[in-house]
Design a protein around this ligand. Structure first.
Ligand code: SF4
Length: 170
């Protein structure tokens, strides 16, 4: 079940594009509104279950700080794990992570929670992926593929006999 919500609200006044929502029965949720929305509009969008909503202050935002490769892979892996497939939502989450420290901490925290119970990894997390090439791939090898094999979906979680958290010497 996807837990990421990118909501759309209407209203003449604008307040904040990002809100942290608190619920009585589940973890806080970071939500992006387009266009930016007032507190009343946020409460209207989440009527019954919401106990509090706080704007993610513009002061906590910064201009596009790139996510490290493994951080982006972790967030993408988490979104995949929870079944989030909407490209706009995925792009919004990554943008939020780049621009907002609180959102980055939240989403990376969720990614760590899931990865702790999941032994699957992405090629993009593997030390054997260099410049898009799996350097241990060879016919009949741990990764049986042509030499110079380029994984087509490096951000997809999988179990691979050749995976290494560090670069391989062979
Ligand atoms: S060893 Fe496996 S996980 Fe690592 S890059 Fe090659 S195919 Fe991907």
């Amino acid at each position: 079940v996807a837990t990421v919500t990118v909501a759309t609200a209407t209203g003449a006044k604008t307040a904040s594009a990002s809100w942290l929502l608190h619920f009585p029965d589940r973890e806080p949720l970071t939500v992006t509104f387009s266009p930016p929305s007032t507190h009343a509009e946020v409460l209207d969008a989440y009527p019954a279950a919401l106990v509090a909503a706080e704007p993610i202050e513009s002061g906590r935002r910064h201009h596009d700080t790139p996510l490290a490769g493994d951080q982006e892979a972790a967030v993408l892996a988490w979104l995949s794990e929870i079944g989030e497939t909407d490209e706009t939502t995925i792009a919004d989450v990554l943008t939020l992570c780049r621009q907002d420290e609180e959102a980055r901490r939240y989403f990376l925290g969720r990614a760590v929670e899931i990865s702790a119970n999941d032994d699957r990894r992405c090629c993009s997390q593997c030390g054997n992926l260099r410049s898009g090439v799996c350097v241990v791939a060879r016919p009949g090898g741990r990764v049986s593929a042509i030499v110079g094999y380029r994984p087509a979906s490096p951000d997809v979680l999988q179990r691979c006999a050749g995976y290494s958290s560090t670069a391989s010497r062979n």
